[in-house]
Design a protein around this ligand. Structure first.
Ligand SMILES: *[C@@H]1O[C@H](CO)[C@@H](O)[C@H](O)[C@H]1NC(C)=O
Length: 360
C-alpha cells in the first residue's frame, strides 16, 4: 500500500481529498508503474538476448563442425591422451610413426608396423630402415579404422598385431581430422586419401601386394577406394571388411538403443548425412577383387544380416574362391570391435592373403 500512495504524494503536491480522485490517481500511477516495469522488462530481455547472441555466436559458427563431429566422431579421443608418435609404448615395438602428405597442407599420421618376425631387428631403427623394409616382398595391409578415437585404440592395435604376426606390413592411418592428422573428414577426402595411400604403398613396396582392411566406417572407405581405383584401371589385391554396414543411410544397428539414436541422428543430420553415403551394398557389386567379410553374430552396430546380403550380392558377380565370409559365434561376445581376440583369426587372414597371391 505504501508504495502505491507515495507517487500520489509526489505527483503534483496537491492535497488530495476525494477518495474518487485518490482512486483514479492510484490507477494512473499503477499504469505508470506498469509501463515502467514493461520498459525494464524489455530492456532486461534485450540485454539478455544480446548476451545470449554474444555467447551463442561462436557456437553457431561452429555448428557445421559440431554436426560433422556427430557424424564422424573424429574428435572423440580415448580417455587417456596417447602419444601417437611413440607406438612402441602402445605394444607396437616394431612400428614407426610417420606423416605423409597426400596433398599440400594435409598431413596424415600413419604407423608403419613391420612383420613381427623382424621385431628384434627393428629395435632402434630409423625411418629410412622402415622405408627400405617395405620392399622386402611381404604383403602390405592398409588398415582403415572405424569412427571415433585414433589408430591407438586398443582393438585397432589388436588387429595390427594379428596382421603383423602373419608376416604383413601394416599401414595404419588416421583419417583427416582424426588423431594428429590435419584437415576435416568428408566421404570424398577419406576415399581420396585411401586411394592415395594405396598407390603410395604400391610404389614404395616395389609392387608387393597391397590389401585393404576396413573396419566399420573404414569398410565404407575401403569399398569406395576399391571402386575408385578400378575406375582408374587398378584392381586392388584384396579387401577385408570387418563389421561392414550396408550404407551410411540404410545402416540398421541391431540393438534397440543404437537403432533409436541412429534414427534420431538421421532426422537431425539429414543434410550432413546427405553427402555421406559410403554405399558398400552398391560397391560390392562393382568390385572384382578378392573380398573377405568378417562379422560377429552379436555385432550390435552393424547387423550380420546386412553383411550376409552384401556377401550374397558379391557372390552374384564373383565366385566363392574370390569372395568369402567368416562369421563368429555370438557366444564369444566380440560385438563390433572384438574379432582381433579370436585365436582363429591369424589363420583365416593368412589363408585369404595366400589365396589373393595365387589368384593374382
Ligand atoms: C615386441 O613385439 C613382439 C611382437 O609383437 C613381441 O613378441 C615381443 O615380446 C615384444 N618385445 C618387447 C621387448 O616388448
Amino acid at each position: 500500500m505504501r508504495k502505491r500512495v507515495r507517487p500520489t504524494e509526489h505527483s503534483d503536491g496537491e492535497n488530495v481529498s476525494s477518495s474518487f480522485r485518490m482512486q483514479k490517481k492510484t490507477t494512473v500511477c499503477q499504469e505508470k508503474k506498469g509501463l515502467a516495469s514493461k520498459f525494464w522488462f524489455w530492456v532486461k530481455s534485450g540485454a539478455f538476448a544480446l548476451c545470449a547472441i554474444f555467447i551463442m555466436m561462436p557456437i553457431l559458427e561452429e555448428l557445421p563442425e559440431i554436426i560433422r563431429q556427430r557424424v564422424y566422431y573424429h574428435r572423440i579421443r580415448a580417455p587417456f591422451v596417447f602419444d601417437l608418435s611413440h607406438p612402441a609404448e602402445l605394444a607396437l615395438n616394431h612400428t614407426i610413426n610417420m606423416y605423409l602428405e597426400p596433398e599440400e597442407g594435409i598431413s596424415l599420421g600413419i604407423w608403419h608396423t613391420v612383420p613381427d618376425g623382424k621385431w628384434k631387428e627393428a629395435q632402434g631403427k630409423d625411418s629410412a630402415w622402415y622405408h627400405r623394409s617395405l620392399k622386402d616382398g611381404s604383403p602390405v595391409i592398409i588398415y582403415l579404422h572405424g569412427r571415433t578415437q585414433t589408430r591407438a585404440a586398443k582393438h585397432r592395435i589388436g588387429v595390427v598385431n594379428v596382421l603383423s604376426s602373419i608376416g604383413c606390413h601394416v599401414l595404419s592411418m588416421d583419417y583427416r581430422g582424426y588423431g594428429d592428422s590435419t584437415g576435416k573428414p568428408t566421404e570424398e577426402v577419406l576415399t581420396k586419401d585411401a586411394v592415395w595411400l594405396q598407390r603410395w604403398a604400391k610404389e614404395h613396396s616395389g609392387g608387393s601386394r597391397v590389401l585393404i582392411w576396413g573396419h566399420s566406417l573404414g569398410s565404407g572407405v575401403a569399398t569406395n577406394t576399391a571402386v575408385r581405383l578400378m575406375e582408374q584401371g587398378v584392381l586392388v589385391d584384396g579387401v577385408i571388411l570387418e563389421g561392414a554396414f550396408k550404407n551410411a543411410r540404410g545402416a540398421e544397428p541391431q540393438s534397440y538403443f543404437y537403432r533409436y539414436s541412429w534414427t534420431i541422428k538421421r532426422l537431425i543430420l539429414r543434410d550432413e548425412l546427405g553427402d555421406m553415403i559410403f554405399p558398400n551394398d552398391e560397391n560390392v557389386k562393382k568390385m572384382r577383387n578378392p573380398l573377405l567379410f568378417l562379422h560377429s553374430e552379436d555385432d550390435h552396430l552393424t547387423t550380420l544380416r546386412n553383411a550376409e546380403q552384401m556377401y550374397q550380392a558379391a557372390l552374384s558377380v564373383q565366385d566363392d574362391k574370390r569372395v568369402r565370409m567368416v562369421t563368429f559365434e555370438g557366444s564369444l561376445g566380440y560385438l563390433h570391435n572384438g574379432l582381433y581376440k579370436d585365436p582363429r583369426l591369424p589363420a583365416i587372414i593368412k589363408n585369404f592373403v595366400v589365396t589373393t597371391e595365387e589368384m593374382s
